[in-house]
Design a protein around this ligand. Structure first.
Ligand code: KIV
Ligand code: NA
Length: 265
């Protein structure tokens, strides 16, 4: 009944075993995924869009990430909890990155941190890893750079493909234990997966990655609106919750709730 370790994930790649990762932003949701046996839970800065009502991940702060990561850690006992380093918490350099990563470990209790960028985050990754904090790298579409790159498939064309391979190698050489590949052509993600000894975690990156991640509110049908092509919807929580709220409202307005069984005498 111990938490998933970096070594478990390295061994899984050696054995050719795939594994799932889901995001979570609160203790209750995280406990559901932990009980379901999800081995790695990501407190993604997607909390910005999914949980905090921002338009992008860019405004998410270290205070928000620390508070919600701590909740996810409290709600779990078996999963490795990975906390995203938010935009602005590591771009200044390795020392700032280490300070932010250390805060997430000490105040929230995460087992690892994730940051965006391969070559461009090399020094940050090296120093955090050397300090004993596992780092997950995030390549391809990196949403913290939305203002520069927009939201579209990355790594198309020879030059972009070579850069992605260089970034993946840079992350591995810097000591990252896994690499997220977001919105990357399946063939290129497969090539990156074959060329690394650390696992790749795909999102919109085809079937050949060693692991797959989805944003929980997307895959449960809670987010609402048009979903990207790579999201498979496993539930329709938005309809389920909306129907329950309407039924409660009808009961209250119509005077059919509460009944005697819900009352004290
Ligand atoms: O913030 C997030 O949810 C992520 C995943 C999509 C990998 O970074
Ligand atoms: Na993220």
């Amino acid at each position: 009944n111990r938490r998933t370790t970096v070594r478990d994930l390295t061994l899984a790649k050696e054995r050719g075993e795939k594994w799932p990762m889901l995001t979570a932003y609160d203790a209750m949701t995280a406990s559901v995924f932990d009980e379901a046996g999800i081995p790695v839970i990501l407190v993604g800065d997607s909390m910005g869009n999914c949980h905090l009502g921002y338009e992008t991940t860019v405004p998410v702060t270290m205070d928000e990430m620390t508070m919600l990561s701590a909740a996810v850690v409290r709600g779990t006992s078996r999963a490795m909890v990975v906390g995203d380093l938010p935009f602005g918490s590591y771009q200044e350099g390795a020392v700032q990155a280490l300070r932010s990563a250390t805060r997430l470990v000490k105040e929230a209790g995460v087992g690892a941190v994730k940051l965006e960028g391969g070559e461009r985050s090399l020094h940050q990754t090296e120093l955090i890893v050397q300090s004993g904090i596992p780092v997950m790298s995030h390549l391809g579409l990196t949403p913290q750079s939305v203002n520069a790159m927009g939201y579209r498939v990355q790594g198309r064309g020879d030059e972009a493909a070579h850069q992605l391979l260089r970034d993946a190698k840079a992350a591995q050489d810097a000591g990252a234990f896994a690499v997220v590949l977001e919105l990357v052509p399946a063939e290129l993600a497969a090539e990156v997966t074959r060329s690394l000894h650390i696992p790749t975690v795909g999102i919109g990156a085809g079937a050949e990655c060693d692991a797959q991640v989805l944003v929980w509110t997307d895959m449960m049908g809670l987010t609402g609106g048009k979903m990207p092509k790579f999201v498979k919807q496993y539930a329709n929580l938005r309809a389920t919750m909306g129907d329950a709220a309407k039924a409660f409202a009808e009961d209250v307005v119509g005077g059919t709730f509460p009944q005697a069984e819900h009352s004290f005498h």
